[in-house]
Design a protein around this ligand. Sequence first.
Ligand SMILES: Cc1cc2nc3c(=O)[nH]c(=O)nc-3n(C[C@H](O)[C@H](O)[C@H](O)COP(=O)(O)O)c2cc1C
Length: 650
Amino acid sequence: MSEQFDYQLAFSRNIGWVTEDEQAILRTKRIAIAGMGGVGGSHLLTLVRAGISQFNLSDFDEFACENTNRQAGANTASYGKKKLDVMVEMAQAINPEVDIRLFPEGINHHNTEDFLSDVDCYVDSLDFFALEARKHVFKLCADKGIAATTAAPIGMGTAYLNFLPGKMSFEEYFRLEGYSEHEQYLRFFLGLTPAALQQAYLVDPSRLDLANKKGPSTMMGCQLASGVAGSQVLKILLNRGKVLNVPWGLHFDAYTNQFKKTWRPGGNNNPIQRLAFNIGKKKLLGNLSPTATTNTKPLSLIEKILDYARWAPSGDNMQAWQFEIINETSFIIHGTDTREHCVYDLDGHSSHLAHGILLETIAISASQFGLNIESTNDFTDPQHIKITVNLVADESIKPNTLLPYVKIRAVQRRAMGTRPLSESEKAALENALPEGFSVTWFESFDDRLKLAKLNFCNAKTRLTMKEAFHTHKNIIDWHQQFSETKIPEKALGVDWATARLMQWLFKDWKRIEIANKYFAGTLMPRIQLDFIPSLKSCAHFAIQADKEASSIEDYVNAGRAIQRFWLTTAKLGLGFQPEQTPVIFAKYLRQNIEFSQDEAVVENAKKGKAMFEALLDNTENTLFLGRIGRSQLPTSRSTRKPLTELIIKT
Ligand SMILES: Cc1cc2nc3c(=O)[nH]c(=O)nc-3n(C[C@H](O)[C@H](O)[C@H](O)COP(=O)(O)O)c2cc1C
């Protein structure tokens, strides 16, 4: 064991993948790296550990807090320090013999010649948006016969391209000339990632902000990129292995488990690239003026809380609420109901549950600011309820552990994994309910089969009932993956053919009547929406109160309890699907609330009620029925109305 730096020893574990002679060659090579930020710092450290000992490095910037997630040199001690100085120090700490020439003003038209002098290979790590400098340095590399490689961190993967002397050049591949600044960014991006593997999981596209020259980036992408760039450089320097030149490109994505080799003869002039450019222009550049900046007014404290709370779920994503801001610490929730047009809400209590869910979400959201909520109810008009919320500073309030799940929580209507809930999972869910509420589990195959039969029967009531036709017709956003005010088709959990059948049926009630009479038209939706997923779950549950809910307040309080339970499933990484309509029809029958003119429908609902009552005691105390399963987050979901639409303008 030696504690003295010794080149041979320090890099001896490279030997095997390279020979001793090759390692000696690497020691003599000089690499130029432009940019020590996002990926440049990782590139440098990788190449230093490969044993390369001479570098030309440029960067004019300083480290700051926002670099922390991905830049190798960014940490609390380096904030405010020159990136170049910090990275040189790190490189020297690895190999004290490194010979580094510094270009602290960054690279520009005046110093690029110098920057590339004596260089064996150029590794691109300029800021994505530094296109002028990039074009210039790649042009000079081509003129001087210097191999250049670019491995870009893209999402949780890397896309890489090489530009070898005498082969297709940067400009021939990207073809940027003659395009506007933003179009050039788009063309550069499309050329970098022809396989576009990252597209599948960009969860917040708004963070790709061309106008303000910002985009999301991860350390995983940076590290993968550096691993790849290091390997390309090594092959180029040692003249080993096949090095691909553009128009070939490679993209490895660790998130989607994919690796794609792309070939785009003509570069961005290739028809596939041209098509992608035209689509991208519409999608990304549509509303972008050349000087556009996002200049949105910062949200007030109440708006921040409500911006979170608006993600509370509501029946059919109706969001039957608006907010009136009174002053800096209080506001009124104006809650309406959907009884006029929704057969599942004839007494307004489904909406009142949602109002309670909203109130609990507000309390959870306020906790991030150390605030408690005090609320006063005005339920004199049941169809227009008012809840005044006061925010009260409270030192004992810590951010609620359910807070990060408020926006993530979503309905999973598809079949889920059936591995039983563990005792600790069940305990966490039971403990999420406040006093006065309890949960009954239905876990065995037998029990789940009973629930499957109940849901299958209940679906017949729903789908053959004229009174529900308009709700169903209007609530589905056909062909959509996301929907602000409805349920998108892809979140329904039916296959494409069944969706088309449903869309066709929902055009006209007569079609449903005929289909039901002669072709068992509701069979496929009932099997796909209810029967199969009821079995393919780990448990069904019924949330019950100690006594039957009768007042609006009872329902609002129940809503608060339900939201804690629901968010806890999200926290446990479980999928969740409400099965609320059997509860609703059983209540209508119990309380003689007329919900259908069709006797056959009422008879079927009675059958469902009997099945429900056979399942558990005190069904009248049941406030929420649903199922839980092992599931990833759904890829399709309802989103929400923007906050601006929910705040009443005074
Ligand atoms: C009180 C209440 C009852 C619900 N009942 C059902 C139901 O019976 N079936 C269903 O598929 N979804 C039901 N939902 C889920 C809503 O449709 C869903 O929350 C809404 O569309 C928003 O979608 P998200 O929860 O995925 O964000 C219910 C939601 C609430 C709040």
